[in-house]
Design a protein around this ligand. Structure first.
Ligand code: SF4
Length: 494
């Protein structure tokens, strides 16, 4: 769709919302609108006391026009003025899209990946839950289900924040290997075929980074509250390699104050009883077993080997060695998925009662092979994905699972979210910390991003490790010495 801006240059504000409201559409910003075809004009008028935006939209032969207005902040407060302009532009665009398509977007005019933060801010400002919900409806037209989700996740965030001390941190360890690459994957994860020869040197480098960072952080008083092994698929490496890596970590950092230690064992073709036992013996108390679906045909279409009963076998093994917190990931909207088949997966997972169930929405990002590989089954319609999610949330609610963190990604149907659900008392602090940006996360491994959250100012800065394993191995010295910045920050606070 061609887009033209009149009276402003806030392209980002307009484009982000447009992308989440009409997924799959490409937007081209032009100096002049063509006389026909799909097109929209976003106009801004700033009056002495009011900011007024109008969007005119011609889409699939239908014309719609809508206005958004807000109070103009006082001169001199540039940030507040920009916010007011963005808000008016977005609201007018949202109303025009809603009129044009005749649908109610679940998240209304809200953009951004961390919706709970908005509810958290309102609650922190003294609004109660009813008033917060009313504000979210009035300002952004968020639907009742999503308002409740935002407030539930905000409450869980506030609970963890209350317990965090200013030197509390989390550790992330990345294993960027998988037995093969799933069609929708956009992570830095290479198949063992392609990168298998790098595993040993990678693990050596990873241990050097962990040991070096532990030395750097000596005397800073940081206290580790959560550990998370992700990837890739950490269980792609052998039980001996897992043992050696986890032993290195526990030898370098004091893990006696941990709230949680998670290892992802995402793909069933990597899980063995020996690995599950090793993970438990080396200190993890939470494991993530991720069927994504329990339908072998659907999984086959996206290149994830799955045999009937895989999830049940892994659950039984995890229970046998004593895991009391188990997460299971599902994805709504996979190719060939129907409401019936998705809800069957939800019920299959529920039948084994993992403490956490995370429901993702399929996001086809640029880094994936999804379109290049040609997936043999069609994607479900967006409205059907929204319905799958709505029904799944109802089922989980009736079974005692409450949402505790949520985030949105680009390229999902209707801008729908990913949400973690939990039985009471099993909410993962790591997931809350990462989503709400509550504390520093020190990341080890290729593609790792250490996110420094200043405990007093809440200012966030990042340290990026090299993205791919070979570059990471070759630059391990730099990735390690970069952690001096973590030390500096903790020494600078009282
Ligand atoms: S298991 Fe996860 S990280 Fe590995 S290829 Fe599949 S989606 Fe990517």
């Amino acid at each position: 769709m061609k887009m033209h801006m009149t009276g402003h240059d806030r392209r980002y504000a307009v484009e982000q919302l447009a992308l989440s409201l009409i997924s799959g559409e490409e937007f081209e910003f032009v100096d002049e609108l063509p006389p026909d075809g799909d097109r929209a004009e976003s106009c801004l008028h700033v009056a002495p006391h009011t900011v007024i935006a109008t969007t005119k939209m011609w889409y699939h032969g239908v014309y719609a026009e809508a206005t958004g207005r807000t109070e103009r902040p006082a001169d001199g407060d540039e940030i507040a003025q920009k916010r007011a302009v963005d808000y008016a532009l977005r609201i007018s665009l949202y109303r025009a899209v809603k009129k044009n398509l005749g649908i109610q977007p679940p998240w209304g005019a809200l953009t951004g990946i961390r919706p709970a933060k908005i509810a958290e801010k309102m609650l922190a400002e003294g609004l109660d839950e009813v008033a917060t919900s009313q504000q979210l409806k009035k300002r952004f037209d968020v639907t009742a289900t999503k308002r409740k989700l935002m407030i539930d996740a905000a409450r869980a965030g506030i609970e963890v924040e209350r317990k965090l001390d200013k030197r509390d941190v989390a550790l992330y360890v990345g294993i960027p290997f998988c037995p093969s690459r799933c069609a929708y994957c956009s992570f830095v994860a290479g198949s063992i075929d392609k990168w298998g020869h790098l595993i040993d040197p990678y693990l050596d480098a990873l241990k050097r980074e962990i040991e070096g960072t532990a030395k750097i952080l000596r005397g800073t008083g940081v206290r580790v509250r959560a550990v998370y092994f992700g990837g890739g698929t950490p269980t792609s490496i052998t039980a001996e390699q897992l043992d050696s890596l986890m032993t290195t970590l526990s030898g370098c950092f004091d893990l006696s104050d941990l709230w949680e230690y998670t290892v992802e064992a995402g793909r069933f073709d990597t899980i063995t009883p020996e690995k599950i036992e090793t993970i438990a013996r080396c200190g993890a108390d939470r494991i993530s077993l991720n069927p994504q679906s329990t339908n072998p045909q659907i999984l086959k279409a996206v290149g994830r080997p799955y045999t009937e009963g895989d999830f049940a076998r892994a659950m039984a093994e995890a229970r046998r060695v004593g895991f009391h917190s188990i997460n299971a990931d599902l994805i709504a909207g996979l190719p060939g998925e129907t409401e019936k088949s998705f809800l069957r997966s939800v019920n299959d997972v529920l039948a084994l009662a993992p403490e956490n169930i995370t429901i993702h929405n399929l996001a086809i990002k640029r880094g994936s092979n999804f379109h290049a590989d040609g997936v043999p089954m069609p994607l479900p319609e967006e409205k059907d994905v929204a319905r799958m999610l709505f029904k799944a949330e109802g089922i989980l609610d009736r079974n005692g699972y409450r949402p505790y963190y949520t985030y949105r990604q680009k390229y999902t149907a209707l801008g729908l979210e990913n949400t973690g659900f939990s039985l009471s008392g099993h909410e993962s602090p790591y997931n809350i910390i990462i989503m709400e940006e509550l504390a520093t996360i020190i990341s080890f491994g290729a593609g790792g991003v250490t996110k420094l959250v200043h405990p007093e100012t809440k200012f966030i800065s990042r340290l990026n490790n090299h993205k791919y394993p070979l570059e990471y191995i070759e630059n391990i010295e730099r990735c390690t010495t970069d952690k001096e910045k973590v030390r500096e920050m903790y020494l600078s606070i009282q």
